[in-house]
Design a protein around this ligand. Structure first.
Ligand SMILES: Cc1cc2nc3c(=O)[nH]c(=O)nc-3n(C[C@H](O)[C@H](O)[C@H](O)COP(=O)(O)OP(=O)(O)OC[C@H]3O[C@@H](n4cnc5c(N)ncnc54)[C@H](O)[C@@H]3O)c2cc1C
Ligand SMILES: *[C@@H]1O[C@H](CO)[C@@H](O)[C@H](O)[C@H]1NC(C)=O
Ligand SMILES: *[C@@H]1O[C@H](CO)[C@@H](O)[C@H](O)[C@H]1NC(C)=O
Length: 540
């Protein structure tokens, strides 16, 4: 496992620690490298410890001293490793951490959290780094980032099907490794292979097999967590059950999950990936009736059950329906295709392919391969997104308003802003997301959502500033259905976390009143000094 890159990092870390030690209590700071988009680095040593309660324990004067005394691997602003480790997936929202910690052991995580607590530096873990709001880089300057890239082990027990997974693994690598060695195991999760388990498993985790098997979160049967006081705890339904509840929904407020225990299932022998191009959808009426048909089909067709995963995709160029069916092509052709296609018109362009489980995932992932580099992942986007959880079928009046807006209001955005809307079937008949309710399934508020919509705008030129017109368009697009359905209680999906929401508004949309109150109360117990913090975490 000791790659050249790791060795180079180790050497640099040793240098960084030596530099920190010799600087003693002098603020550690260095100019941002030329051409860096990061603002000036935060001053690690500026933070002073509040008290020294135990005279027998040697105390350090600075966060840097504290980390180096514990021999925790760190990177500071000014090094290229610091820049690449803290680089955000969403380049629209770069932040500069006070320090980047790259633990090699759980003890390093514990020590790092203790030091951060001592110096009141907010902590966030980074798993895959795909937070829409760059929360794993802190979501603000001056945080401690704990990068979990050394926590990628996968250990499957074939007799129980429970797999232990390091908190820094990415979904594509996970899927490959639980399927490999003849094990043919599977989990339900999202489509992008580069997404990390740390954020995804702790905030829902929705993919095409989720109606069949539940959210990714629902397969978590245990967690190893480093808590705010620098100790570790295992949690499950029978051990530290409140921690187990809160980590599945709001982990970033409560701790660092170093290890997940996941109940895998047998991979299905065949999966159909299907796509349907919908001609003429630039006309708002045509687009609305396509969606109305899809909605009626999911409600009425007798063959619709948990095995169907389906979504609508729309951008300025067109509209399509796509998804998967956990079954064979002959079953799909006999039971799903006829009622799905019947209402779409003769020109609907259907493709359906029977795949193995892994080929199905690779096709959904788009990149052609599920494997992602374990280090040095370097994909980015420049984007702004909002989401809606929609707890009811959308009436024709809502669809008319929605597609009229989507089809008429994006002209001012002409390059460089592109956008898409994805509306995924989350509930509906036989959905196993909705079938699991109650605290034993974690702190997820939207099990009753029929649809989850995502509205995503991105700058075609990733290095150009994201235009304000793009923000306004996504805001307005996201508001059309709530405006058209004033009596319906919409929410938001926290894995599509929206940094424009204030803390209370975010809690309201992601959790609702009851969960918010209980999560806040638990925060006061488990992290009274607010060690784990970003702009939307719970406050004690
Ligand atoms: C290209 C793309 C495709 C996506 N597709 C889907 C999809 O199909 N379905 C879906 O549901 N979502 C999808 N998402 C959203 C994705 O699930 C979230 O962005 C998710 O939170 C990312 O997890 P991460 O570990 O990569 O993120 P990170 O940025 O590393 O972390 C996100 C948040 O979780 C916290 N966190 C991370 N790891 C831990 C840990 N070990 N312990 C405690 N807290 C932790 C971080 O501190 C941060 O607050 C997609 C996102 C992108 C960018
Ligand atoms: C959908 O079903 C409703 C009845 O619930 C009906 O009024 C409407 O016309 C249907 N729409 C389409 C496009 O089939
Ligand atoms: C750390 O916090 C946990 C959870 O609040 C608590 O159970 C444990 O006793 C604490 N450990 C120490 C050493 O304070």
């Amino acid at each position: 496992m000791a790659t050249t890159k790791t060795d180079a990092r180790r050497r640099k870390r040793a240098l960084a620690i030596a530099a920190l030690a010799s600087l003693a209590s002098v603020a550690v700071s260095s100019p941002a490298p030329a051409g860096s988009s990061h603002p000036q680095p935060a001053r690690v040593a500026g933070a002073k410890r509040a008290t020294s309660s135990d005279p027998c324990v040697p105390r350090e004067d600075t966060l840097g001293d504290c980390l180096s005394a514990a021999d925790v691997p760190i990177y500071l602003a000014g090094s290229s490793d610091f820049d690449s480790l803290s680089e955000t997936y969403n380049v629209r929202l770069p932040y500069t951490p006070a320090v980047v910690v790259v633990p090699e052991t759980v003890a390093h995580v514990e020590d790092a959290v203790s030091c951060a607590a001592q110096f009141s530096v907010p902590v966030q873990a980074k798993s895959g780094g795909h937070s829409y709001a760059s929360y794993s880089t802190g979501g603000q300057d001056g945080s401690m980032m704990i990068v979990l890239e050394n926590f990628q082990d996968v250990d499957l027990d074939p007799s129980t099907g429970v797999v232990e997974v390091g908190g820094g693994l990415r979904l594509g690598n996970l899927a490959l490794r639980i399927h490999g060695d003849g094990n043919a195991r599977a989990l339900s999760h999202g489509t992008c292979p580069g997404v990390g388990v740390g954020g995804h498993f702790t905030h829902g985790g929705f993919g095409f097999s989720s109606r069949a098997w539940g959210l990714a979160m629902d397969a978590v049967v245990g967690l190893d967590v480093v808590l705010a006081n620098g100790t570790s705890a295992h949690c499950s339904s029978s051990e530290n059950s409140q921690l187990f509840w809160g980590m599945r929904g709001a982990a970033e407020s409560f701790g660092v999950a170093t290890r997940f225990y996941m109940q895998t299932r047998e991979a299905p022998p065949a999966v159909v990936n299907f796509g349907i191009g919908l001609p003429g959808a630039s006309d708002p009426g045509a687009a609305a009736s396509y969606f109305a048909h899809l909605q009626n089909f999911t409600r009425d067709a007798p063959a619709v059950d948990r095995n169907l995963g389906v979504q609508m995709y729309m951008d300025r160029h067109g509209m399509s329906i796509g998804g998967t069916y956990l079954g064979s092509l002959s079953e799909f052709d006999a039971e799903i295709r006829p009622p799905l296609v019947a209402g779409l018109g003769a020109d609907a362009d259907v493709s359906a392919t029977e795949n193995s489980w892994l080929d199905s995932l690779a096709a959904l992932g788009g990149a052609g391969s599920l494997g992602t580099p374990e280090r040095g992942y370097d994909q980015h986007d420049n984007f702004y997104a909002k989401s809606l959880t929609i707890p009811a079928l959308v009436p024709d009046s809502g669809l008319a308003a929605y597609f009229a807006f989507a089809r008429g209001s994006d002209e001012g955005l002409s390059p460089p802003v592109e956008w898409f809307s994805i509306i995924s079937l989350h509930g509906g008949r036989d959905s196993q997301i909705a079938a699991r309710s109650g605290d034993e399934w974690g702190a997820y508020a939207h099990r009753d959502a029929v649809w989850v919509a995502q509205h995503y705008g991105y700058a075609a030129d990733a290095s150009a500033p994201f235009p304000p017109s793009g923000i306004a368009f996504i805001d307005e697009l996201n508001a059309v259905l709530p405006d058209a359905m004033p009596e319906t209680q919409f929410g938001g999906y926290i894995n599509y976390v929206d940094p424009t929401l204030g803390r209370d508004e975010a809690h309201d949309l992601y959790y609702g009143d009851d969960l918010t109150e209980r999560l806040r109360a638990y925060k006061a117990v488990i992290d009274p000094d607010n060690v784990f913090a970003n702009p939307q975490t719970f406050e004690p």
